[in-house]
Write a protein that binds this ligand. Structure first.
Ligand code: GDP
Length: 334
């Protein structure tokens, strides 16, 4: 039903409710746009819609993918995506780009990336969500995941640039977390914070081809060794290391086999659903904190008081902790 386009009224939820489960991509794109809106009536409608669609959600594997710029993320995602569509999966690619507000999403939102996958009718690529803060962008991505699932996408790839702050956000909304690394001359572990490696369910050494092949194999051994030192993850899963060349289509099938192995493992341990429940509780907590923050910054009355308190802090007349307490007390009075 791809010919059914825009609803007469953008808040006509029955349009999305009927068209998404039919796999209408236009309706999916519009529903995500609705969810990304900051207008309060849109937010309320999007929440209502997603809640109504919940029975159609959840049937996917959500794979988080991170790595420093240039590591080969888009090339790898395109190769993995094409491989999966050839197996009849429906792939959605979403992105969290913490720098998007400054660069207008140019890092991940660039239309020239993943051109071949973008033309595949079983793939849906959505450039970066926009938002003022990482929390906001993360929230929108969570909603986009559910909408994609409702539209029948059963592998969701959530990409982020490895610059530090967004990895935890992506980890908190994926089932499986993949870290892409480049084999360097003895500096394999540099530039990647230990904490990020600890979150990974698998590490993929990219560009394992040509002159780089030997170095990649060495890096694989080094990283495998480094991963052994970490304590066991909550699920008991032992992270694996794979070498891959996206340009030579190597290590792609192996990566997917590993994801499937993980899913079987996590389901057997009842960890798969448990992790998603935990992630929903994190979502709840984060959203609550965001809403409180937003209400404070949007209140002219409180903003006035904040300015006065800031002056007092500068003049060393009040302890910052007490000033914060005062604002919170006033917030609850309003
Ligand atoms: P991203 O910034 O992490 O998304 O990285 P890209 O996918 O854009 O790749 C960065 C550069 O590495 C590009 O010039 C790619 O052509 C190159 N590249 C990506 N994958 C491979 C690979 O498997 N082998 C080789 N030799 N080069 C690759």
């Amino acid at each position: 039903m791809e010919n059914k386009n825009y609803p007469a009224n953008r808040l006509d939820l029955s349009f999305y409710r009927e068209e998404l489960p039919r796999g209408n991509r236009v309706a999916l794109a519009q529903a995500i746009t609705l969810a990304e809106s900051t207008r309060s009536e849109d937010v309320a409608s999007a929440n209502q819609l997603i809640e109504q669609l919940l029975p159609h959600t959840g049937n996917s594997v959500r794979i988080g993918i991170t790595g420093v710029p240039g590591v080969g993320k888009s090339t790898f995602i395109e190769a993995l995506g094409k491989y999966l569509t050839s197996l009849n999966y429906k792939i959605a690619v979403l992105a969290i780009d913490p720098s998007s507000t400054k660069t207008k999403g140019s890092i991940l939102g660039d239309k020239t990336r993943m051109e071949e996958l973008a033309r595949d009718k079983h793939a849906f690529i959505r450039p970066t969500a926009t938002g003022n803060a990482l929390g906001g962008v993360t929230d929108k991505t969570r909603e986009a995941i559910l909408l994609c699932e409702a539209a029948g996408y059963n592998v969701i790839l959530i990409e982020t640039v490895g610059v530090g702050q967004s990895e935890t956000a992506v980890r908190n909304l994926s089932d499986f977390f993949l870290l892409l690394m480049l084999a360097g001359a003895g500096d394999e572990l540099q530039g990647i914070k230990k904490g990020i490696m600890e979150m990974a369910d698998a590490v993929v050494i990219t560009k394992a081809d040509g002159d780089n092949l030997k170095r990649a194999n060495q890096a694989k051994a080094d990283i495998q060794h480094a991963l052994h030192i970490f304590s066991d993850s909550d699920s008991g899963w032992k992270p694996k290391v794979i070498t891959s060349s996206a340009s030579e289509k190597k290590g792609i099938q192996e990566t997917w086999n590993l994801v499937q192995e993980y899913v079987r493992f996590a389901r057997e341990k009842n960890f798969f659903d448990e992790l998603r429940i935990r992630q929903n509780l994190i979502w709840f907590q984060e959203r609550m904190q965001q809403l409180i923050k937003q209400q404070i910054t949007e209140s002219p009355e409180l903003n006035e008081q904040i300015k006065i308190l800031e002056k007092k802090i500068i003049d060393r007349k009040i302890l910052p902790a007490r000033a914060a307490q005062e604002i919170i007390s006033n917030y609850f009075k309003i």
